[in-house]
Write a protein that binds this ligand. Structure first.
Ligand SMILES: Nc1ncnc2c1ncn2[C@@H]1O[C@H](COP(=O)(O)OP(=O)(O)OP(=O)(O)O)[C@@H](O)[C@H]1O
Ligand SMILES: [Mg+2]
Length: 380
């Protein structure tokens, strides 16, 4: 007699379509070859493709779980030496996640529920083998979904961690940026403003000394002051363009990159070769800023880590796609640094590019050194 209560997970065998199904690996823990034959018969009837192995003791079971790597275990609940529940607990202790169905002649409802509570995926009464194919598929899918969920949770955890580190890095960069601004204001503007003040004080002294100054002297004094003011204007411009690439809007992105590489060469004694497109580039503000920052971050990495003597920058637009390649001739980035969750500069670069629906690559260049390649669609 068919027991309706045995149908815990999937009721209707007919719903399953094995047409395009894969071949399943089934491990039977069963001392009765006849029962295995009956079960296999049901599976074949349902059109399921499978290969199977049968074991009836603990040692064989352990060996086959490892060697055969079954997709599912069908275990007799009532073996004398090593029964189904013992087998299940053993897998659990070993952290081996295999879909698991108990097969039994008779089983009280309470015992069945206890087994399910412990984590067994399903149980099948020997009187209702018809349900076996559906139960197998259901148990396998359940495990797949669990694995998917765990993978997803792990990925989410990793990206939370990355985000936390990025925010942290962002805060540190703000502090560093402030220090740079303070230093630049002090060293660049501070010096020339002091010079200007001295020039003005001297001029006042001469003008109020009672002595008549020649026209030439007055011109020279004002010429000197005017030169100092030009220097101040130049310093202010340099400082602001370092701070805000937007300040270079009127110059355009190509000139901004040119300026950046000149500054880089001055500071680092690394030659920089630029290959830019001839015509003016019409990029969105968002893309221009990203490009500017990408070049900045990559050049900083070259200066800090590469030991290179030369860096080459290629920039081009073809068929609405922007290509950027930055190549140095240094020692080459180590493989583990490329994907490390500690490489926040690289993570930031990758995210910047992905936000613009582009592709990012960093790796060892063919002739040594490091290569950063970027492709970003330019359509707005
Ligand atoms: N051009 C390069 N040549 C050699 N190694 C590199 C190069 N660029 C990056 N690396 C390696 O990759 C690592 C990660 O770079 P990433 O920019 O993410 O971090 P960082 O520069 O160390 O620190 P920051 O967070 O300040 O950028 C570096 O520490 C360095 O070891
Ligand atoms: Mg860096």
């Amino acid at each position: 007699m068919e027991d309706k209560n045995t149908s815990l997970l999937v009721d209707d065998v007919k719903e399953i379509d094995f047409e395009s199904a894969e071949t399943y690996q089934i491990l039977f823990l069963e001392d009765s070859p006849d029962d295995v034959e009956l079960m296999e018969h049901e599976l074949k009837e349902a059109g399921m493709q499978f290969i199977s192995r049968r074991v009836d003791n603990k040692n064989q079971f352990i060996k086959e779980v490892v060697d055969f790597q079954p997709d599912i275990v069908l275990a007799d609940y009532s073996l004398t030496m090593f029964n189904g529940m013992q087998a299940f607990r053993m897998l659990k202790e070993e952290n081996l996640i295999v879909p698991f169905i108990l097969v039994t002649g008779v089983l009280s409802e309470k015992l069945a529920l206890d087994c399910l509570k412990e984590g067994v995926d399903d149980f099948i009464l020997k009187s209702s083998f018809k349900r076996l194919p559906a139960a197998i598929i259901s148990a396998i899918r359940k495990k797949e979904m669990e694995e998917e969920k765990n993978r997803f949770a792990a990925e989410l955890k990793k990206s939370h961690e990355e985000l936390r580190l990025l925010v942290n890095r962002h805060q540190i960069s703000i502090e560093e940026e402030r220090m740079n601004i303070a230093r630049d204001l002090h060293d660049e503007l501070g010096q020339v403003l002091t010079a200007l003040k001295i020039d003005i004080a001297m001029l006042r002294k001469r003008l109020t000394s009672g002595k008549r100054l020649s026209e030439q002297t007055i011109n020279e004094e004002f010429g000197s002051i005017s030169k100092t003011v030009d220097k101040i204007a130049m310093s202010a411009k340099e400082i602001s363009s370092g701070l805000r690439p937007e300040a270079l809007d009127d110059l355009g992105i190509l000139e901004a990159i040119q300026w950046q590489t000149i500054e880089f060469e001055k500071r680092n004694k690394i030659s920089c070769q630029l290959y830019l497109p001839n015509e003016h580039l019409e990029l969105t503000k968002e893309l221009s800023i990203a490009l500017f920052r990408i070049v900045q971050e990559t050049l900083t990495n070259v200066a800090r880590h590469s030991l290179a003597s030369l860096v080459q920058i290629y920039l081009d637009i073809r068929d609405g796609v922007l290509f950027l390649e930055i190549l140095d001739n240094g020692k080459g980035i180590e493989d583990d640094k490329i994907r490390s969750s500690k490489s926040l500069g690289i993570i930031g670069l990758r995210e910047r590019v992905q936000l613009l629906r582009g592709q990012f690559f960093i790796g060892k260049a063919k002739g040594g050194g490091t290569k950063v390649s970027i492709m970003i669609p330019t359509n707005k």
